[in-house]
Design a binder for this molecule. Sequence first.
Ligand code: ASP
Ligand code: MG
Length: 421
Amino acid sequence: MSLIVQKYGGSSVADAQSIRRVAARIIETKKAGHDVVVTVSAMGDTTDDLIDLANQVSGTPDSREMDMLLTTGERISMSLLAMAIRGLGFDARSFTGSQAGMKTDAQHGRARIVDVTPTRIRQALDEGAIAIVAGFQGFNHDSRDITTLGRGGSDTTAVALAAVMGAEVCEIYTDVDGVFSADPRVVKKARKLDRVSYEEMLELASAGAKVINVRAVEFARRHGVSLHIRSSFTQESGTWISEASEGETVEESIVAGVTGDTSEAKITVVGVPDIPGKAAGIFTIVATAGANIDLIVQNVSVHDTGQTDISFTLPKEDGPKAMEALEAAKADSGFESLIYDDHIGRLSVVGAGMRTNAGVSAQLFTALSGAGINIEMISTSEIRISVIMREEILSDAVLAVHTAFGLDGDTDATVHAGTGR
Ligand code: ASP
Ligand code: MG
């Protein structure tokens, strides 16, 4: 019997009615003759609400206790879903991350999976039951503590189970019809993509497409798990993610998608002495503070000042600690001042076709200038170009670029729920 792993995001199990709807859908898969393992996220905004609560009782919530708290969200949805399935006359059993054998390292809040031993899941399937596994959680063998995999980690749980159990496909159910050429909440004429490569999906997800977690895509690529991202609100086929075959350009367009992201801030280090070792010093400070850097821009010192400015972007939540660490090192490092800017937007265009097509950057910059948009920073990878601009013009820019690359579809995209998870 073939095994299908299904993951339902928070918006698909937001209330009792949705849980019953999802239960019926899972049963259909079971009735079609498959073994079914389901991973669920916490209902609706539960995780955010729990984080708010934690911040109300403590300014610096302890990371072990935070994991204890957040894992309750998935325990609620998994047990309710199992009850709903049983209510419809089918056998279902829910399992926490540790019961499902999801072993992780000990890093609370961002644990990595080190091994999966799904003995109890296999046993449940062998007995004809549907297995429901709490997403986003695991346990560390040495500390014997519960861990979480980081926000959006349920996707990774699903992919890990699919990989270890040899599933035919890992279906990621969400509230949109699949992966789109742009966020359908911003671009009404965004088109659903039938197929994207792992590589493109990785770039799209890192560039702000919220439909699937980056780490889950990495995991799937490494283990060759085929992913199918689709809506839990329709029966339509969604977007398949797999290895691109040689020379193939997905969707036959150079650019697969355009994303907008407002989750980053920009730090400018002003007046850095233009001598060897200064950049190394600055980025060592930032790395030691635990901040993740994305784009970097450094100018040559044009005038005879012997000084240069270095700007870089990083996730907003890493901003304060990076600023603090740099401020503390100011005298030693010899720079003049720091500027913090958390009103930036990052637009990215992604497509495997860029590798073999010249002129994509020219086309992008022309589209942006046509829309009167000022570019502040630029960075490129083999299949992606990102530009930084003011946050408030980002949506307009995404719309303009989507049209300029001929990505607009004929009809409006449907958004079924509203959070994109
Ligand atoms: N409930 C967790 C979160 O909101 C995990 C997930 O949804 O994948 O981040
Ligand atoms: Mg969630």
